[in-house]
Design a binder for this molecule. Sequence first.
Ligand SMILES: *Cc1c(COP(=O)(O)O)cnc(C)c1O
Length: 395
Amino acid sequence: MLAEANPLPGAPPAGARDRPRPTDVAPSDADRARAWLEVDLAALVLNARRVRDAAGVPLLVMVKAEAYGLGAVPVARALAAVDPWGYGVASAAEGAALRAAGVRGRVVVFTPLLPDDLPRAHAAALTPTLHRAADVRRWAALGGGAWHLAVDTGMARAGARWDALDDALLAAARDVPPEGAYTHLHSADEGGEDAERVRAEQVARFRAAVAQLPTRPPVLHVENGPAVERGGRSAWDLVRPGLYLYGASCVVREGSAALPAPEPVAHLRARVVDLRTLRDGESVSYGATWRACGPRRIATVAAGYGDGYRRALSNRGVALVHGREAPVAGRVTMDMTMLDVTDAPCALGDAVTLLGHDGDRVLTADAVAARAEVSPYELLTGLRLRVPHVYRGAD
Ligand SMILES: *Cc1c(COP(=O)(O)O)cnc(C)c1O
């Protein structure tokens, strides 16, 4: 079942926190009334504390892509409650936006910067991840500041190959020592012995690369969120969680998981803007892919794939309407989605839940993503643009 009346094992008992309901936050202006994303900052902070406590080291919280769609600035401000070592972004522009909002602490840019981006990164007091000797020299010439060495141990995405740190790079690292060095695991969320072996191999490669540096950089980091979820205590100086903070996880929880399932953070609500009763055999939406068996009550809610509610949820998704499940009827359209509310009390203007909590019932990001056959990363980042974001305060 997609909706669970009870939290997953290890989560605090239902009622331990107030689970948000669609009526808790009613955005006032007319545009906000159609659909909105409610971001539970208290749940965010709770998830972050769990990661920090399990890892036993400070957090470099990944807030790239607008904090996975939830809003980088409000998320970064709320996460100040866990006193993070720093914030991870993907570009100089993302980092500069955090600085403009007054975020302090290290802001590390993980996507390689092109040479022309370095002045901008420097102006915003960002920390680049570098691996080309010329860039390290350029960074120093700009006035320098902390930088981290990116080591590719098998992801083949960014950084210097662990077994090919060239003399020019090592000389640059001697003259301008990096504050940190890191690598990224490509199969942290996968179970099984093969994945275990691959992770160990990547770690061994990273150790070999670090051993070649003239001195050990003070801040070495390897684990993303899934690695902490699996492994618990960090062997390094900080961890870089993302998805888990935002209430989702790709890790299949076996008995040994170091962390419980995350607390949902994102709650997608949409209002009922139309209601009709269909007769037996009548169809709903494009392509007439859904037909009524007997008289059915159909509600139209004002959110569709233009809001990030995936089209793949056509005839597959469910919503929570006053705590009851109502299946998606027919294709999800750009601006509207139809629900079969025959078995749920439902009136014009009601707010329904497409993702997240309706009291103690929940559509987790993982479950909704699985139904849509996308990763929870894509599901959440897809909520970035059109729906207004409403923040419930961290306590
Ligand atoms: C996005 C990212 C992370 C966070 O990964 P999650 O799976 O979301 O925890 C960590 N490190 C790097 C380099 C990343 O790009």
